[in-house]
Design a protein. Sequence first.
Length: 518
Amino acid sequence: MSAGTDLLHWQTSPAQMVAHALSYDLERPVIMLEDGLVLTARDIRDSISRYSQFLASLDPKPFRAALLSRNRPEVPGITNSFRFAGIVSTTLHPMGSVEDYLYVVEHAQIDTLIYDDSFEETVREMKARAPGLRNLFSIGKPGIGESLNELSSRFEPGPLEAQPADPDEITGIAFTGGTTGKPKGVLGTNRSIAMVTQVLLAEFEWPDEIRHLVCSPLSHAGASVLIPILLKGGSMFVLPAFDPVSFMEAIQRHRITTTLMVPTMVLALIDHPRFSEFDLSSLESIYYGASAFPPSRLKEAIEKLGPIFFQFYGQSEAPLAITVLKKGEHMVDDPLRLASCGRPHPFVSVALLDDEGNEVPDGEPGEICARGSQVMAGYLDRPEETEEAFKFGWLHTGDVAVRNPDGFLRIVDRKKDMIVSGGFNVFAREVENVIASHPGVAQVAVIGVPHEKWGEAVTAIVVAAQGASPDPAELTAMVRAEKGPVQAPKAVHFVDSIPLSAVGKPDKKVLREMFAAG
């Protein structure tokens, strides 16, 4: 096939989408920050232009770059400038540790780091321990790194030009949460990122007026919807972090219509003693995902906030959504439906497979496996794990689900979280859903703890609702009555809070370490 024919059929790249979205109506406000700063489409276009020109001028050209920053106005320009400069990049989560950052820098062979000046001391330690970091640029005051804004200001901004790009070219590396071991570098391509944008545009039930509230890091989930919002002419309001009161105040003040949350954030809102003080009626869509949402608590959230919930299920290896549960599909009187992660969207193929690669019948548990343009190219420098993930010609998600005759999937557990107690398989999520239905329970996580007799003992870690003192025996009896004696917890522990990963998921690896000693 000739190069000309390749270009004829190449998919529009993410950079081309951004260039298109920032080529018109340049004075429209796009990003508003808590301090009142407003970034127009022109501001973002010009920052991408300046940053990308500066990065492209470096000699030798950066091999791979990383960004470490809190929610600052420069972040959208920097993350997109990597695409226009043709540099493979990754982002470091602002809630991570020095050890986390060094692992990524060394594994991904990062030689260029752009960082928020509040991380100056962290970066000094990184530089001392990672000699491969040859380019350091600071956002804000210069320190061990030169000022990125000062260096890039020497370049004249102009319209963005994105050349046609090979759909299979690696453009980014997203590291997994590492809750079961060392994080893996997920290789994203132009094709996969463009497909994510297509799914967001086609499936996510956006309102006519998009005023989107962001509280998660703009370098990560916070910016996952930036390109669709740019293309739809919407705007984003950005908070530095999640705080329930600040979040509700922002919704009321700016008449927010959409936001993206993890379930723990939703629960923090509806459980807050000041919840009733705020007018949240402008909200039209709450997009939620990343971890399980107990059906009883989801029903409560719908009753308090309205039928505005839209669930997406995906993972770093197939972002952002493999399945979706749309707003009208949340049947509040059907606990099984509320426990569902929805149905596959039209741009992906999904099968539930057993360990031999055979499809399981409806109602039987099988691993969710996916095919499609959004699937990763593989894991960075991990050929054996890539081969295992792509076994039988499917991406294996590690999530076990059952499918009903209408095609709705219900995740019963992560394969690695499944508890084997007395020779029986126990799905932790099913136990969690029962315990979460108790009015005295705010949050719950169920794990397996090593046990001489049972192999693993089903163990419930519970956060009590404010002012409540649920009886452990009552919680155990609820599970025994609804699921059977095998699933009933052998122990119930009460804690003030459940540890969360950087993306807001209950960190069961930490819980197992905490309770393994008995």
